[in-house]
Design a protein around this ligand. Structure first.
Ligand code: 13P
Length: 250
């Protein structure tokens, strides 16, 4: 079995004190989860949350980072700053970064490589827009995001990469991809990884699903062969709801 990862992306929610409170509540509820668990608070919440979760089974991730190590980049946050806070993972290429802030595949690729260089786990987010799905281009879009996002990443480095498939039309809309639809894209992406790297690399690759995942639908999604976890927005903002997701098998 692949190493499932259940992750909460808190997006631009929670003040630093609320985030610390949420982290404390989650910690007690998910300590016996059978899976890897991760939370991604906003930058200003990271120091407090990392402190609460130090030494626990919960991985702390950032929601983004700069594509260069340091310098005159006003408003950006460096991998070195995140490492100093014991942040071990980073979401990259989230659809909100791609579509609201115009991040390109090339910029995302630079960030993926930088994260890997510093031993951080990049979660490369991919996914198509509704019009792309309706035009029959879902796979093409995801394949391009995979190829360009992973350009220059070696097979050895790939061991530390997670992919999150988040169909943009399912994010925050209450519309979840059906388990079969989601699994079909996950399976195609796995095949693509096999072509880009090897069958062994594809078999190991953890591919999370994201988009209106919640306690009511996680079991049917996780029952699919190619779905290896969740990247959860709205339903990760309450401790009991996130704990139900992290403990979905209990
Ligand atoms: P929702 O779970 O709120 O749809 O958000 C998904 C997401 O974008 C996680 O990164």
């Amino acid at each position: 079995m692949r190493n499932y990862l259940i992750a909460g992306n808190w997006k631009m929610n929670k003040t630093p004190s609320e985030a610390v409170q949420l982290a404390k509540e989650i910690l007690t509820l998910v300590k016996d989860s059978d899976y890897r668990v991760m939370v991604a608070p906003s930058f200003v919440c990271l120091p407090g949350v990392a402190e609460v979760l130090k030494g626990s089974n919960i991985i702390v991730a950032a929601q983004n980072m700069a594509g260069t190590e340091e310098g005159a980049f006003t408003g950006e946050t460096s991998v070195l700053m995140l490492k100093d806070l014991a942040v071990d993972a980073v979401l990259l290429g989230h659809s909100e970064r791609r579509h609201i802030y115009g991040e390109s595949n090339e910029q995302i690729n630079a960030k993926v490589k930088l994260a890997l260089k510093h031993g951080m786990m990049p979660v490369l987010c991919i996914g198509e827009l509704l019009e792309e799905r309706e035009a029959g281009k879902a796979e093409t879009v995801c394949f391009e995001q995979l190829e360009k996002g992973l350009a220059g990443v070696s097979e050895k480095e790939l061991d530390n990469v997670v992919i999150a498939y988040e169909p943009v039309w399912a994010i925050g809309t209450g519309k979840t991809a059906t388990p079969d639809d989601a699994d079909a894209i996950h399976a195609s992406c796995r095949k693509k990884i096999a072509e880009m790297y090897s069958a062994a690399a594809a078999e190991k690759m953890v591919i999370q699903y994201g988009g209106s995942m919640k306690p009511e639908n996680i079991k049917e999604l996780m029952a699919m062969e190619n779905i290896d976890g969740g990247l959860i927005g709205g339903a990760s903002l309450k401790a009991d709801s996130f704990a139900s997701l992290a403990n979905f098998n209990k």
